[in-house]
Design a protein around this ligand. Structure first.
Ligand SMILES: [Zn+2]
Length: 111
């Protein structure tokens, strides 16, 4: 009984630790540095002279399709947080499902 209380408390803690749904963003935040259309520009002298960074959110869809969304620099922290929240949500769901399984295993007839 004492052990069940600890398990329920662990589950409550895991639920409380879930990120807010409003933050969730799926995808990968990536940055590019790139050359421009002007062949005489400094950006052609090497990678460190390229323009940027330009930020994109890469989102994969079914059948390996991927779309890149340009992300303005001021929104990068918000998108980064959202992507982290998405990962945290899945980690939390995994943890809670594990705890729920442990609770289920205590029930009569579950073997
Ligand atoms: Zn350039």
């Amino acid at each position: 009984m004492k052990q069940l209380t600890a398990t329920l408390q662990a589950r409550d803690a895991a639920i409380r630790d879930l990120p807010p749904w409003e933050q969730i963003i799926r995808g990968t935040l990536i940055q590019y540095h790139r050359t421009c259309g002007n062949r005489g520009c400094r950006c052609y002298q090497g990678p460190r002279y390229r323009h940027g960074p330009y930020w994109y959110l890469a989102v994969r869809w079914a059948r390996g399709r991927q779309k890149l969304y340009a992300v303005p620099k001021p929104l990068v922290p918000e998108v980064r947080r959202g992507v982290a929240a998405y990962k945290k949500l899945w980690g939390g769901a995994y943890r809670i499902a594990e705890i729920n399984l442990n609770i289920l295993k205590r029930r009569e007839g579950v073997a």
